[in-house]
Design a protein around this ligand. Structure first.
Ligand SMILES: *[C@@H]1O[C@H](CO)[C@@H](O)[C@H](O)[C@H]1NC(C)=O
Ligand SMILES: *[C@@H]1O[C@H](CO)[C@@H](O)[C@H](O)[C@H]1NC(C)=O
Ligand SMILES: *[C@@H]1O[C@H](CO)[C@@H](O)[C@H](O)[C@H]1NC(C)=O
Ligand SMILES: *[C@@H]1O[C@H](CO)[C@@H](O)[C@H](O)[C@H]1NC(C)=O
Ligand SMILES: *[C@@H]1O[C@H](CO)[C@@H](O)[C@H](O)[C@H]1NC(C)=O
Ligand SMILES: *[C@@H]1O[C@H](CO)[C@@H](O)[C@H](O)[C@H]1NC(C)=O
Ligand SMILES: *[C@@H]1O[C@H](CO)[C@@H](O)[C@H](O)[C@H]1NC(C)=O
Ligand SMILES: *[C@@H]1O[C@H](CO)[C@@H](O)[C@H](O)[C@H]1NC(C)=O
Ligand SMILES: CC(=O)N[C@H]1CO[C@H](CO)[C@@H](O)[C@@H]1O
Length: 502
């Protein structure tokens, strides 16, 4: 019996023993997997610091200041946790790590990073102007550490971090990343691109200029989701008012939205108009969503008029009166204004007997002064006629031109540019934007400034140059408008971001 008992005990003990071993191993491996899953940023971060200096020195003229800590924006737990602005749950870790990687290279000259994990190449750029890198405070660093150590809190902290990164993040500062998943539409899929912006159709066959994605520092700009955008504007009027560069952005929006429409015949111009350069009066209806996407030309936002000066009737600009087309902007649900390019010496008769207020035609007025007065006219019209509970008002900042070796009418060119700049040409922020900001600040209506100036300033490669026409005999190049698909798609991604994060 004894023997038998002891004998019969042995397999049980063995079983218990091996079960203990087995479960320990299981637990250990699970724990390890879990740990590695939640701490990839550390590994990649270290990898990056190690690698940045080597890769930049291989480029040559990199002055790699890469030791600075990436400006992680992580905040305390006191705020509302239920809101989750960033709706890109996949790739979050990856994207975070990528951001940190490129950040550490941000002070050096353009560096092509080859990121092992995600197979994405980078070109990092000097930021606009020279503002010092933000160094994370002690508290922030502490939370970062908590992120990696405090086990159960990890997912929550990640969520907050993501949210805060977008909310506190300056979307206007960053760099362009080469991304094969762009553009968001093709020339072939979009019938709305008119000749002036149809670079591919006009012979620009190398499409690498369509494959850059704007990467803000410290956060991500959500990729444009046409379905979601259409849901946001269902039953509404999205209206663009401004010069031909706003037409540029409007056409881009049409193309981007069309990507979510199965039957393109259910999108049409309300009065059957074909898009041309000359007319500036379009309303495209998306039947499936009962919404319209409209464009109204208005070079100055104020009224272009005529007045008798001496014997002659001359063109003037009524800087005290809103554009007479304004009645059509009024009922918009979302309206994007712009004006900038036409406020130039050549297009305003050098300000001599051009600007008019009531009966007075100013013998001479400085363009900045006139621009400010006109914007104030626009601002009081908006405050008076736009119901800000219904309408979301945007003002798009000026888009940079890139004429080299002359102006648009004197042999200026940009055709040789095939890559974005690593440094913007100008370091001064345009005066017109400063004026616009000042005027907007004094308005009763909240106006969102679509600040695209700096990010576009890198994109010397994005203009039609000689590809703005089918016939390329003309020696005049277009270095102010933008090819489509192209840079205005990013402006619309910014617009989308603002609308969906409301
Ligand atoms: C938290 O967010 C939810 C959803 O947005 C909102 O309903 C609630 O009022 C918020 N609470 C606080 C304290 O802000
Ligand atoms: C990206 O990196 C890969 C691997 O180094 C390389 O083959 C490819 O040409 C690069 N692409 C660009 C656009 O730099
Ligand atoms: C627009 O962005 C530029 C570059 O980041 C910045 O200098 C400027 O102050 C911004 N303007 C506004 C109103 O945010
Ligand atoms: C786009 O948004 C729609 C509607 O919200 C959603 O169903 C779809 O999954 C989104 N597409 C992508 C690629 O995120
Ligand atoms: C725009 O369309 C309206 C209505 O068809 C018309 O009255 C107006 O003159 C047009 N404006 C322009 C600038 O074509
Ligand atoms: C316009 O006038 C303002 C003040 O009167 C002056 O500061 C500015 O330099 C002038 N601008 C131009 C382009 O002459
Ligand atoms: C297209 O242009 C890019 C940027 O200049 C260049 O790197 C690439 O080699 C070009 N591709 C072709 C097929 O010529
Ligand atoms: C930009 O980078 C190129 C090499 O990619 C370099 O030749 C050029 O000097 C850089 N430009 C500036 C302004 O740093
Ligand atoms: C030191 C080091 O890790 N260098 C790596 C940097 O990244 C490249 C790929 O871009 C690797 O080949 C190097 O081994």
């Amino acid at each position: 019996m004894e023997r038998q008992r002891s004998f019969s005990f042995k397999p049980t003990r063995l079983l218990v023993f091996s079960f203990t071993i087995f479960s320990s191993i299981l637990f250990l491996s699970t724990f390890t997997t879990w740990l590695t899953n939640y701490t990839p940023s550390i590994h990649q971060q270290i990898h990056l610091y190690f690698n940045t200096s080597t890769s930049s020195s291989s480029v040559g003229d990199g002055e790699s200041d890469s030791v600075a800590l990436p400006p992680l924006t992580v905040h305390s737990l006191t705020k509302n946790l239920t809101v989750n602005v960033v709706k890109v749950p996949t790739l979050i870790d990856n994207r975070l790590a990528r951001t940190q990687k490129s950040l550490s290279g941000s002070k050096s000259e353009p560096v092509r990073h080859h990121v092992g994990a995600s197979n994405v190449n980078f070109t990092s750029m000097e930021e606009y102007g020279t503002s010092p890198e933000r160094v994370p405070s002690k508290e922030e660093k502490k939370v970062v550490a908590g992120d990696l150590v405090g086990k159960t809190q990890v997912p929550i902290l990640k969520k907050i971090e993501q949210k805060k990164r977008v909310e506190g993040c300056d979307l206007t500062k960053g760099y362009w990343v080469f991304d094969e998943s762009y553009p968001l539409y093709s020339k072939v899929s979009c019938p709305f691109i008119d000749e002036g912006f149809d670079c591919e159709g006009n012979g620009r066959l190398n499409r690498s200029y369509t494959k850059w994605r704007w990467q803000p520092k410290g956060c991500d700009l959500p990729r444009f989701n046409a379905t979601k955008m259409l849901e946001l504007i269902r039953g509404k009027r999205l209206v663009f008012v401004g010069d031909s560069i706003n037409r540029n952005q409007w056409e881009s929006m049409l193309c981007m939205l069309l990507g979510a429409i199965k039957d393109p015949t259910r999108v049409y111009e309300s009065r059957g108009r074909k898009i041309t350069k000359e007319k500036g009066n379009y309303s495209f209806r998306f039947l499936d969503y009962q919404c319209t996407v409209e464009y109204y030309v208005s070079h100055f936002l104020v009224h272009e008029s005529k007045a008798r000066i001496g014997q002659k009737r001359r063109s003037t600009l009524r800087i005290d009166a809103i554009d007479h087309g304004s009645s059509r902007w009024r009922g918009a649900d979302i309206v994007v204004f712009n004006t900038a390019h036409w406020w130039s010496h050549s297009k305003t008769q050098a300000g001599i007997y051009y600007y008019q207020e009531r009966g007075l035609v100013h013998p001479q007025l400085n363009v900045s002064t006139a621009f400010r007065k006109a914007l104030k006219t626009w601002a009081s019209w908006v405050d008076k006629h736009i119901n800000h509970r219904k309408t979301h008002v945007f003002f798009r900042s000026s888009a940079p031109s890139h004429f080299r070796g002359g102006d648009w009418n004197s042999g200026g060119h940009c055709t040789e540019a095939t890559l974005p700049l690593n440094k913007t040409l100008s370091t001064t922020y345009p005066e017109k934007n400063i004026i616009a900001e000042e005027v907007i600040k004094q308005m009763r209506t909240p106006v969102t400034l679509l600040n695209i100036t700096s990010l576009s300033a890198y994109r010397i490669d994005g203009h039609p140059s000689i590809y703005g026409r089918k016939t390329r005999s003309s020696r005049i190049q277009d270095c102010s408008h933008w090819c489509l698909p192209g840079v205005p798609d990013t402006w619309n991604e910014l617009l989308y971001f603002h609308l969906q994060s409301r």
